[in-house]
Design a protein. Structure first.
Length: 284
């Protein structure tokens, strides 16, 4: 039985001038698995995620295959499920219905001219077959479920009246309401303060433990990846230099670059563990 939700084969991205930005990227993601993609800024992590869901500008050339195999697809996919060969309309339906993205800067995901509640409701009405009253009720329930107090007041607020951490939680809540089979979280904690990072990471860990949604978690921070990923890909200069289980990458890697990343993050990871588990000592 095929348990692969996503299979990326020989993904290569070049610019119009011929410069190669991603070189022969291949990996698999199983249903219900959390895949961490880690590497320094500019290594190609975010470019990989954008290529997968068709968000690259026309001056990028994308080659290879991105095979998507959802168990309960709401959309008919052509070309054996290769996302790189779907038309724009099909991709638009896939994004949100089957694949949701959580971005690094949540403020950019919301329209500053409309209150948060109305934006969530409109998103639900665009993707789900429900009434406006039901959409409002689901939105208020979601706001409470993600740990924000006074949902009716939050509903009425505009994006600039909420913190980055609150907006990030709302983005995650929207993704869960749409019940995608895959969530791509692209540096979802990077722009937040330490307390907000902890809230977001715990919310994502709860998703991993309780829902049937698979996840690609992208970060430059190994200390965050360590706490959420089952399988890890290490990228450098547009290539995958190593991949394996979380245990293999952190404790048994022989790759020099991976060891360099781990060593440079060791002190930060120790501090992070002190916050998460103040009574437990853990080393890499």
């Amino acid at each position: 039985m095929n348990n692969k939700l996503l299979e990326v084969k020989n993904l290569t991205v070049t610019l119009d001038n011929g410069k190669t930005l991603l070189n022969d990227i291949s990996f698999c993601l199983e249903h219900h698995q959390c895949l961490g993609i880690v590497g320094e800024s500019g290594c190609g992590k975010s470019l990989t995620s954008k290529a997968i869901i068709g968000l690259l500008e026309p001056y990028f050339s994308v080659q290879g295959k991105v095979l998507f195999n959802p168990k309960q697809s709401k959309i008919t996919l052509q070309s054996n499920g290769d996302l790189l060969k779907q038309n724009h309309e099909t991709l638009r339906h896939i994004r949100g219905n089957a694949i949701s993205a959580i971005l690094q800067h949540p403020m950019n995901a919301f329209d500053p001219l409309y209150c948060i509640g109305n934006q969530v409701v409109e998103t639900l009405l665009a993707h789900l077959t429900i009434s406006k009253k039901q959409a409002i009720e689901k939105t208020l329930t979601m706001i409470a479920d993600i740990g924000l107090n006074d949902p009716k007041q939050i509903f009425k607020k505009y994006p600039h009246q909420l913190s980055g951490g609150m907006l990030q939680r709302i983005m995650i809540g929207i993704a869960l309401m749409l019940e995608p089979e895959l969530i791509i979280a692209d540096e979802p904690t990077t722009a937040l303060d330490s307390i907000s990072q902890l809230h977001i990471l715990q919310l994502l860990k709860n998703i991993k433990q309780k829902s049937k949604t698979a996840m690609i978690f992208i970060s430059h921070d190994l200390s965050v990846i360590h706490h959420i990923a089952d399988h890890i890909i290490v990228m450098n200069q547009g290539q995958i230099i190593e991949q394996g289980s979380c245990d293999h990458i952190f404790y048994h890697s022989k790759n020099d670059y991976t060891r360099y990343l781990i060593d440079t993050r060791k002190q930060l990871l120790a501090k992070f563990n002190d916050v998460i588990h103040p009574n437990r000592l853990e080393t890499i």
